[in-house]
Design a protein. Structure first.
Lengths: 448, 345
C-alpha cells in the first residue's frame, strides 16, 4: 500500500482509539464535580461514595487517554512532517497552550484527586476535582481550535513556495476564533458530556435492574439523566449552528454529507440513504428541499453541490461521509427521545418501574461513543482532499522520508498494543462495576 | 529581528525548549530511573512501594515531555518534523514503550495473581530501562548529527544507523544518571530493608554513571568534530563540566548524611549542567548535518515567525508561574515516605 494511505490509516486508528477516552474523562469529570459538590453541600454520604466510585473509573479512563494522547502529539512529526512544517507556526501555539494551560492543570491535580483523599481537606480535594475537570475542558478547546483552523483557516498568511511553503500567524485571536472553532468546541464538549453521562446512566441502570445499590443508583441516575437530557437537546442547537457554518465555509463537505451533486439546486434532507457516487444518486428516505430549508429557511433555495467543484477538490468518499453524518444525527435524535421519555416518566413518578427502559439505558452507553466517532469521521473525511482546507492537500502533507514498511511496522505495533490496552480497560472497568461502589454485605449506607 | 534584553526570539525559545526538556529529564528521570531498578527488588511489597513512590507524581512529571514536544513543534517546526520523521522507528518504539509503561503502573497491582504481577513487573522494568536508553540514543544522534541534505531531507538509514557506538554510549550514560536519580528518589521515599538495599544499589548506580560518563566524554572529545569550537570562543563555559563534576561528587556525602532531598537536588544539578553543556555545544544549531554544515537545522532556519514566537513567549510567561505553583502544591502534598492505602496502585 502507498505511504499516504498507510499514514492516514495509522492516524485514523490512533486518533479514533484515543477519542474513546478523553470525552469519557470530560463527561465523568462533570458528574464527579456535581456529586462531590453535592457531598460538600449536603454532607450526604451517598454522594461521597458515588464520587469515590466514579473516580476509580475516571482514573483508568484518564490514564489511557493520556497514554494514547502523547502518541498523537508526536505523530504529526513522525508521519506528517510536511504538514507539521506547514502548520507549526499556527498549530504549535495552540498545542503549547494546551500543554501549559490545560494539561499542566489536569495532570498535576490528578495526583491529588486520586491519591490525595487522606492528605488534603475535602475542600481542597473538591478544588482538585474542579481543576482536573477544567483542565480537560481546556484541553478540548485548544485541540479543537487547532483542528478547526484546518477546516476554516483564519488569521494567517502563506509564506514561501513548494515544500518550504508555510502558514504564519498574523492575528492570534482570529486564528483561535476562526469561523468554525466556537461551534465545534461546544459541539465536542456536549458530545463528551453525553458519553460520560450515558456511561453513568448505563452502570446505574444495570445496578437498578439487579436490585443492587438502589438508593445511590437512583441519585446518580437522576443527576446524569438531567445532564443527558439537557445536553442531547442543546446538541441540536450547536449541531445546527455547526452545519450552518459548514454550509458557508466548506460547501463541498455539506454537499457530501447529504449526497447533493447538482451544482446549484434545492437540496434534500435524508433520514437515511445510500449514495451511488458513480451515478451521482442517493437512494433513501428524504424530506425534499429539507437541507435548503435548514440552511436558508426556504425549501426552494439553492445549495452548492459537489459538481460545483473540480473532482480533485472535493471529497471522493461521499457515501462514507454521508453515512457517518447520518449515523451521528440518528443517534442524536434517538438520545433526545430516550432521555425526554425518561424525564416524562420521572415526572409521572414511574422512572424506575420500567425494567425495559433501564435495559435500554444499560446498553445506551455505546451510542454517544459511536456518534462521537461518526461525527469526527464525517468532519475529517468531508474535509478531504485537503489537510488544510483550500491550501494543503493530504497527499502533500505526509513525511517524504518515511517508507510504507516503516508505517506498516508501527501500525501493527499499535494494533497489538491498543488491542491489549482496550481489553485491559474493559476488564478493569468491568471489574470495578462488578465490585460496586462499596461492600454491600456491610450495608451501612442503605440504612442511613 | 525583535529582541528581549538583547536576546533574539529564536534564542529565547531555544532556552525555553532546553528548560522544558531539562525539566523532563530531571523529573521523569527519577521516575524512569526508579523503574530501571524494579527487578532488583525481590519482594512483591517492595515493588509495590517503588511503584507507588512515583504513583502520584509521574503523570505530572510527564507533562514536561508533552509541553516540551509542543514547544518544539510550536517554535521549531522544522526541527520537530525533521527529527521525528528521520527517527521514525526509534520514536515509535519510544511512544509504544511509554504506553506500556503507563499501563504497567496502572494495572500491575490491580490483580493478586503472581503471573500477572510478574509479567507487569518485567514490562515495567524493560520499558523504563529502554525509554531512558532511547532518550540517550536520541541525544547522542543529535550531537553526532544526521545525514541531512537540501531542504532538510533526511538521507540516512532508518534504524541501525541510529545505533552508532557513540549513541549507545550516550544511551548508557543517560540510563545510568537516571538510575542514580531514581535510587536517590526511592531512598527519599522508602524505609526499612528496601531502604538499606537502595543505599547499596545507589553506589552501583553511581559507579555505572561515572564509568559511562568518562567513556562518553573521552569519545566526544576525540571523535565528535567541532565539539570544542564554542568553548574555544567562550572559555568561561568550561566551568560547566567542572560544576557537573562537583555536583555529582557531592551526592555520596549527602547520602551518607541521610540528606536525600538535597542529594536529589545535587544529582539533578549534575544533569542540568550536562544539558547546559549540550545546549551550549550545539547553539545555534539544533540538528547538525553530517553531509554539509549548510544543511544543518538551526534555531534560525527552523524557527516559527517572530509574531508566533512572541505569542508563545507570552503564553509561557503566563503559564510557567501557574505550572510552577501546581507542582509546588503537588510535591508538598506527597512529601514524605510512601504509605500504602486503599487509593494506592
Amino acid at each position: 500500500m502507498d505511504v499516504e494511505i498507510l499514514a492516514r490509516i495509522q492516524f485514523a486508528f490512533t486518533i479514533a482509539f484515543h477519542y474513546i477516552y478523553p470525552p469519557l474523562s470530560i463527561g465523568i469529570g462533570l458528574i464527579m464535580v456535581i456529586m462531590e459538590g453535592l457531598y460538600l453541600k449536603t454532607g450526604n454520604k451517598h454522594y461521597e461514595v458515588l464520587t469515590r466510585f466514579w473516580l476509580k473509573i475516571f482514573a483508568i479512563t484518564f490514564g489511557i487517554g493520556v497514554a494514547t494522547g502523547i502518541i498523537m502529539e508526536f505523530e504529526f512529526g513522525t508521519n506528517w512532517a510536511v504538514y507539521s512544517k506547514y502548520v507549526g507556526d499556527i498549530f504549535g501555539s495552540a498545542l503549547a497552550a494546551e500543554g501549559l494551560f490545560a494539561f499542566g492543570l489536569e495532570s498535576t491535580f490528578l495526583g491529588i484527586l486520586i491519591f490525595g483523599w487522606n492528605r488534603v481537606s475535602p475542600k481542597v480535594h473538591f478544588i482538585s476535582t474542579i481543576g482536573v475537570f477544567l483542565g480537560s475542558m481546556f484541553s478540548a478547546v485548544w485541540i479543537v481550535v487547532a483542528n478547526s483552523w484546518q477546516q476554516t483557516p483564519a488569521g494567517y498568511h502563506i509564506v514561501g513556495e513548494g515544500l518550504s511553503a508555510r502558514a504564519e500567524v498574523t492575528d492570534f485571536w482570529a486564528m483561535v476564533f476562526n469561523p468554525s472553532s466556537v461551534d465545534r468546541i461546544i459541539h465536542v464538549w456536549q458530545g463528551a458530556f453525553l458519553s460520560g453521562a450515558f456511561l453513568v446512566l448505563s452502570v446505574h441502570a444495570y445496578y437498578l435492574i439487579k436490585g443492587r445499590y438502589v438508593e445511590i443508583s437512583k441519585k446518580a441516575f437522576k443527576i446524569s439523566l438531567v445532564i443527558a437530557a439537557l445536553v442531547s437537546f442543546s446538541q441540536l442547537v450547536s449541531g445546527h449552528s455547526s452545519a450552518d457554518g459548514v454550509s458557508k465555509n466548506q460547501p463541498a463537505k455539506l454537499a457530501a454529507m447529504e449526497g447533493h451533486y447538482e451544482k446549484s439546486a434545492p437540496a434534500d434532507l435524508y433520514l437515511f440513504g445510500w449514495v451511488d457516487n458513480e451515478r451521482q444518486e442517493v437512494n433513501g428516505l428524504k424530506v425534499p428541499g429539507g437541507l435548503s430549508f435548514l440552511v436558508h429557511q426556504d425549501f426552494e433555495a439553492s445549495i452548492t453541490g459537489l459538481n460545483a467543484f473540480p473532482k480533485e477538490d472535493r471529497p471522493s468518499q461521499v457515501n462514507a461521509v454521508f453515512q457517518f453524518y447520518h449515523i451521528m444525527i440518528s443517534i442524536g435524535m434517538f438520545l433526545i427521545a430516550l432521555t425526554f421519555y425518561a424525564i416524562f416518566l420521572w415526572w409521572r413518578g414511574k422512572l424506575f418501574d420500567n425494567k425495559w427502559l433501564l435495559r435500554i439505558f444499560a446498553f445506551s452507553v455505546l451510542l454517544p461513543q459511536i456518534a462521537n466517532q461518526a461525527g469526527w469521521f464525517a468532519a475529517e473525511m468531508g474535509r478531504q482532499p485537503w489537510i488544510v482546507y483550500g491550501h494543503l492537500r493530504t497527499s502533500e502533507g505526509f513525511s517524504q522520508e518515511v517508507s510504507s514498511n516503516q508505517i506498516l511496522f508501527s501500525l501493527i505495533l499499535f494494533f497489538i498494543v491498543y488491542a491489549l490496552l482496550f481489553l485491559l480497560f474493559m476488564y478493569s472497568v468491568n471489574k470495578k462495576i462488578k465490585q460496586g461502589p462499596f461492600d454491600e454485605t456491610k450495608n451501612e449506607l442503605e440504612i442511613s | 529581528m525583535e529582541t528581549i534584553l538583547g536576546i533574539d526570539y529564536p534564542t529565547l525559545w531555544f532556552l525555553v525548549v532546553g528548560l522544558l526538556f531539562s525539566g523532563y529529564a530531571i523529573l521523569e528521570g527519577f521516575d524512569y530511573g526508579a523503574g530501571a531498578w524494579h527487578l532488583f527488588f525481590k519482594k512483591d511489597l517492595s515493588r509495590r512501594i517503588a511503584i507507588n513512590a512515583v504513583g502520584p507524581l509521574w503523570d505530572a512529571n510527564q507533562v514536561w515531555l508533552i509541553i516540551g514536544g509542543g514547544a518544539l513543534f510550536a517554535g521549531f517546526p522544522v526541527m520537530y518534523a525533521t527529527m521525528l520523521s528521520a527517527m521514525y522507528i526509534p520514536f515509535m518504539l519510544f511512544l509504544i514503550l511509554l504506553v506500556l509503561r503507563s499501563s504497567a503502573i496502572k494495572f500491575r497491582s490491580a490483580e493478586k495473581m503472581l503471573w500477572w504481577r510478574k509479567t507487569w513487573d518485567i514490562i515495567y522494568f524493560i520499558s523504563n530501562t529502554l525509554i531512558a536508553f532511547l532518550l540517550g540514543v536520541v541525544l547522542g544522534n543529535i550531537l553526532q548529527g544526521f545525514e541531512i541534505g537540501e531542504n532538510f531531507s533526511y538521507k540516512g538509514g532508518i534504524f541501525f544507523a541510529f545505533l552508532s557506538p557513540y549513541a549507545i554510549m550516550v544511551g548508557f550514560t543517560t540510563l545510568s544518571i537516571f538510575m542514580t536519580q531514581g535510587a536517590i528518589f526511592l531512598l527519599l521515599k522508602t524505609e526499612g530493608r528496601l531502604h538499606s538495599k537502595l543505599t547499596f544499589l545507589l553506589k552501583r548506580g553511581m559507579i555505572f554513571f561515572i564509568v559511562s560518563f568518562a567513556i562518553t566524554s573521552l569519545y566526544t572529545l576525540i571523535f565528535i568534530p567541532g565539539v570544542t569550537d564554542n568553548f574555544k570562543e567562550q572559555p568561561i563555559f568550561f566551568v560547566l563540566p567542572i560544576l557537573s563534576f562537583l555536583a555529582v561528587a557531592n551526592v555520596p556525602r549527602l547520602v551518607s548524611k541521610k540528606k536525600y532531598a538535597l542529594a536529589l537536588v545535587f544529582s539533578s544539578l549534575t544533569m542540568a549542567f550536562l544539558l547546559m553543556l549540550v545546549a551550549f555545544q550545539l547553539y545555534p544549531v539544533l540538528l547538525p548535518s553530517t553531509i554539509n554544515s549548510d544543511f544543518s537545522v538551526t534555531i534560525y532556519n527552523a524557527a516559527s515567525s517572530q509574531k508566533s514566537l512572541g505569542i508563545m513567549l507570552t503564553i509561557v510567561a503566563i503559564g510557567a508561574p501557574l505550572l510552577a505553583g501546581y507542582f509546588l502544591f503537588l510535591y508538598k502534598t506527597f512529601n514524605g515516605k510512601v504509605t500504602l492505602d486503599d487509593t494506592s496502585y
